[in-house]
Design a protein around this ligand. Structure first.
Ligand code: ADP
Length: 151
């Protein structure tokens, strides 16, 4: 049977407990999951990309079927290269839905066999967003309880 390979692409600036929850819940659906940070040279990050990759590699090291990497191209192209048939995304609310809806359709247009699979956030993580965490962190607030690794 064909291996079900999925990408979980994101900025992950930073990767949160909400993201981790989506990753772990998806393991029943896919044979292999690539957690990949889209690396865009124009977009300045708050958390260094190599630092983030290091944290994610340690976090998921006991899972043989989870890979961690960066990419710097269209997600649909990267998916083709990795033989991934699925893109995994999380949905918290209708704002996420509006955004995700058009991305999923574009990706499917660019690569017709690529399906986006959405998992609804667990209520306990629904309020966690990377944007808010960056804001708290930039004013010196403690963000450790939102992250699944030590900062
Ligand atoms: P991007 O910049 O590509 O939107 P993010 O790192 O912000 O990347 O998010 C990656 C994915 O994770 C998106 O589908 C987003 O909706 C989802 N996500 C973000 N925060 C949460 C959360 N707390 N619970 C579930 N899904 C989430």
């Amino acid at each position: 049977m064909k291996k079900r390979i999925a990408l979980f692409p994101g900025s992950f600036d930073p990767f949160t407990k909400g993201h981790e929850d989506i990753v772990l819940r998806s393991l029943n659906l896919f044979d292999e999951l690539h957690v990949v940070i889209g690396h865009n040279t124009y977009k300045k990050r708050h958390f260094d990309i190599q630092w983030m990759i290091g944290r994610l590699k340690t976090l998921f090291e006991k899972y043989e079927n989870i890979k961690v990497d960066t990419y710097n191209e269209l997600t649909a192209e990267y998916a083709k290269k990795k033989n991934a048939g699925y893109i995994l995304r999380g949905l918290r609310n209708t704002t996420d839905f509006e955004f995700e809806n058009s991305i999923a359709q574009i990706n499917n247009d660019l690569c017709p066999n690529l399906e986006t699979i959405f998992l609804i956030t667990s209520p306990k993580f629904a309020y966690i967003s990377s944007t808010v965490i960056r804001e708290v962190h930039s004013y010196g607030g403690d963000i450790s309880k939102y992250l699944p690794y030590k900062i």
